[in-house]
Design a protein around this ligand. Structure first.
Ligand code: FES
Length: 156
């Protein structure tokens, strides 16, 4: 375990993982987005403890790196729940009730993470929902979401 000067604790595996990611993309400011994507892929979210090291490696300020992480909804700042449910909030799905599905999902999610997404390629059969990047669900309604939720609970 390592406690950097900025007082946040990083595990050795996090440091090694981050070093490999930065080596893969290079120490250039324009590598920030791909590096953040890889960090999230490796950790499920972008841990705040890694941001100062990313900023230092790329010659950016911590505020610049934090600004990018907080600007893009794609980047999670907290670990995700047991499952990640993405509700399409793009125009075609909005036109057929996606907002009601999203609101229902947020209220009943429990320990799931519910995120908006902007098009899952099912525009003609929306509202569309994706679970854990592995399954897609069309014609979603609040009632169908409850069934989906029960199935997820039973499969866990
Ligand atoms: S607009 Fe929702 S899947 Fe394309």
């Amino acid at each position: 375990m390592f406690t950097p000067a900025w007082g946040l604790v990083m595990e050795d595996r996090e440091i090694q993982g981050l070093a490999a990611i930065i080596r893969r993309h290079g120490r250039r400011p324009d590598a920030l987005l791909p590096i953040l994507h890889d960090i999230q892929e490796a950790n499920g979210h972008v841990p705040a403890a890694l941001l100062p090291a990313v900023a230092s490696a790329l010659g950016l300020s911590r505020a610049e790196v934090h600004g990018v992480v907080s600007y893009y909804r794609h980047f999670r700042q907290m670990p995700p729940g047991r499952h990640v449910v993405r509700v399409c909030c793009a125009e075609a799905c909005q036109a057929v009730g996606a907002e009601a599905v999203a609101e229902h999902a947020r209220r009943h999610a429990g320990d799931l993470t519910v995120e908006p997404v902007y098009c899952l390629g099912l525009c003609a059969i929306g509202p569309a929902v994706q679970v854990d990047e592995t399954s897609l669900h069309a014609h979603m309604t609040p009632d169908k979401f409850d069934v989906l939720l029960r199935n997820l609970e039973q499969s866990s």
